[in-house]
Design a protein around this ligand. Structure first.
Ligand code: PLP
Length: 440
C-alpha cells in the first residue's frame, strides 16, 4: 500500500546496483542493516557526501542524519580531514611499524580525557570491545561477563548473546555459529534493574570479570539510563572486584570529548572508543589506567595485535577530526542545535496528540512511536511500533531526508547541519508524521 502524499523517488540505478551486489555479497551488502530489510524499497547506493548532504546513484540529494552510523560528527568530506589524509597518503599507506601519527592522535585523546592513561588502537569497534573483554578477563583472572539486553558491542562471539528466559540467565547465542559454551560465559540482564544485577553477582560470585554497558545505550533505541543506576553499577563492580567497561564506540567524542563517562561523572575501568576517533576511516581503541593497560602484550600477558592497527592514513583522519572537536564551544553548539531540533519536533507531535517521542542526548536523537515518557529498557519498545517507523522512513526519503533504515537506530546531528537544513528536515518530519498518523 502506498501511504505517501509524495511520489516515490527514483531508485532505478540503486536497484540495478543492488541486483549486481546480490551476486557478490550475502544480501547484497557488507553489513546487514544496510540491506533495508526493515523499511521500504531497495537500499540507496551512495555516490558522494558533502557537509550534511549525501547523493545516491540516481542523483537524489538527501540531508543525512546517519553520518555513516556516527563517525561523521563534522559532516561528510570535511576539508580539514580530506587535506590531512591527502597529505599523509603521499608518504605511503601502511608500514606495520610505529609512526609519529599514532603518538599525535594518542596525545590528543589522552591529554584531553581523564578516563584513559594508556590506549591501544584497533581497526574497528568490534575489535576494541573484544580486546577490552580479554583484558578484563586477563586482569581479574575471572571468565564471566555481564552484558545488558538492548546493548550492542560489535559482533565478537562473547557479545553476540541475548537474554534467555528468567531474571538471571546464561545468555543464549543471538547468532548461529557462536558456540553454546561461549554464551555460557556471558550473563545477560535487563537495563535499569538493580535487582537483576545484584542477583547476577550473587549467583556468580567471584566469577564475573566485567560488566559492560554502552556509555548510553544507543543501538536498540536510545535507552538513557538514570544517573543513580550508572553510579550503582560502578559500586557493585567495585564491591565484587569486577571491572566496569563503558563501550563508548557511539558516545565517545559524541556527547563531549570525554563521552558518557563525563556525562555521568562515573569513571569506568576500561573504555572503548571507535567511530568518531577515525574521522570516517577504520579506527577503534580501548584504554584504561596505565596499571590495567600494563597487562596488554608486549608489557603483559594479554595478547592483542593488528596488521593495520594505528594505520597512518586513519590516524591522520582522526587527528584532523579530534582537533576540530577540541575547539572550545564545539559540543555546546552542536548539542544546543540538536536539543532545539528534537524539542521543536516534539512540540508539534504533542500538540497533535501523536503517539510519538523524540528522545535525545547530546547530538544523538531517536524517534519512538510511543506515549511513554521514558524508555530505559529494550522491553519497553513495542515491536509493532516499527510499522509506523517504516512509513515515516519512506516519507522522509521522498522528502530528501536520510535516516538509518531501522526504527531501532538512532540519528546523529553533525556540525555541518545548519539551521536551514534542520528547519527543512523538521518540516519533512512533521509532514511525514501527518502521513503516518492519518493512515493509522
Ligand atoms: N560498540 C558499539 C556501542 C557500537 O555501536 C558498535 C557499532 O555500531 C560497535 C561496538 C562495533 O563497532 P564496529 O562496527 O566498528 O565494529
Amino acid at each position: 500500500v502506498h501511504t505517501g502524499s509524495k511520489p516515490d523517488i527514483s531508485r532505478e540505478k540503486s536497484a540495478e546496483l543492488y541486483e549486481k551486489a546480490k551476486t557478490f555479497f550475502p544480501g547484497g551488502v557488507n553489513s546487514p542493516v544496510r540491506a533495508f530489510k526493515s523499511v521500504y524499497g531497495t537500499p540507496l547506493f551512495i555516490q558522494k557526501g558533502d557537509g550534511c548532504y549525501v547523493w545516491d546513484a540516481d542523483g537524489n540529494q538527501f540531508i543525512d542524519f546517519c553520518g555513516s552510523w556516527g563517525p561523521l560528527i563534522l559532516g561528510h568530506n570535511h576539508p580539514k580531514i580530506r587535506e590531512k589524509v591527502t597529505e599523509v597518503m603521499q608518504n605511503g599507506m601502511s608500514f606495520g611499524a610505529p609512526t609519529a601519527l599514532e603518538n599525535e592522535l594518542a596525545e590528543l585523546i589522552i591529554k584531553n580525557n581523564k578516563f584513559v592513561e594508556k590506549i591501544r588502537f584497533t581497526s574497528s569497534g568490534t575489535e576494541a570491545v573484544m580486546s577490552a573483554i580479554r583484558l578484563a578477563r586477563g586482569y581479574t583472572g575471572k571468565d564471566k561477563i555481564i552484558k545488558f539486553e538492548g546493548c550492542y558491542h560489535g559482533h565478537s562471539d562473547s557479545l553476540l548473546v541475548k537474554a534467555g528466559s528468567g531474571l538471571v540467565t546464561f545468555g543464549e547465542t543471538s547468532s548461529q555459529g557462536v558456540p553454546k559454551s561461549f554464551a555460557l560465559e556471558t550473563i545477560v540482564i535487563p537495563l535499569n534493574d538493580k535487582d537483576a544485577i545484584k542477583a547476577a553477582f550473587e549467583q556468580f560470585k567471584d566469577e564475573v570479570a566485567a560488566v559492560i554497558i554502552e556509555g548510553i545505550p544507543a543501538n536498540n533505541g536510545l535507552l538513557i539510563q538514570d544517573q543513580d543506576y550508572v553510579e550503582f553499577l560502578q559500586q557493585i563492580c567495585k564491591d565484587n572486584k569486577a571491572l566496569l567497561i563503558f563501550d563508548e564506540v557511539i558516545t565517545g567524542f559524541r556527547l563531549g570529548f570525554e563521552g558518557a563517562a563525563a556525562h555521568y561523572g562515573v569513571k569506568p575501568d576500561i573504555v572503548t572508543y571507535g567511530k568518531i576517533i577515525g574521522g570516517g576511516l577504520p579506527v577503534g581503541m580501548y584504554g584504561a589506567s596505565a596499571e590495567i593497560m600494563g597487562h596488554i602484550s608486549p608489557d603483559g600477558g594479554v595478547y592483542q595485535a593488528g596488521t593495520l592497527s594505528g594505520n597512518p592514513v586513519a590516524m591522520a583522519a582522526g587527528i584532523a577530526q579530534l582537533t576540530e572537536l577540541s575547539r572550545s564551544g564545539f559540543y555546546k553548539d552542536l548539542n544546543a542545535k540538536t536539543t532545539e531540533f528534537a524539542e521543536s519536533i516534539q512540540r508539534f507531535a504533542t500538540a497533535r496528540n501523536y503517539k510519538f517521542k523524540v528522545f535525545h542526548v547530546g547530538s544523538i536523537f531517536w524517534f519512538a512511536f510511543t506515549d511513554k515518557e521514558a524508555i530505559k529498557t529494550a522491553e519497553d519498545i513495542d515491536p509493532q511500533s516499527m510499522d509506523k517507523f517504516k512509513v515515516l522512513h519512506r516519507e522522509l526519503l521522498n522528502r530528501g531526508i536520510y535516516i538509518g533504515p531501522s526504527g531501532y537506530e538512532v540519528g546523529f546531528v553533525s556540525a555541518a547541519h545548519t539551521k536551514i537544513e534542520l528547519e527543512k528536515a523538521k518540516r519533512a518530519i512533521l509532514e511525514g508524521l501527518d502521513v503516518v498518523f492519518r493512515n493509522k
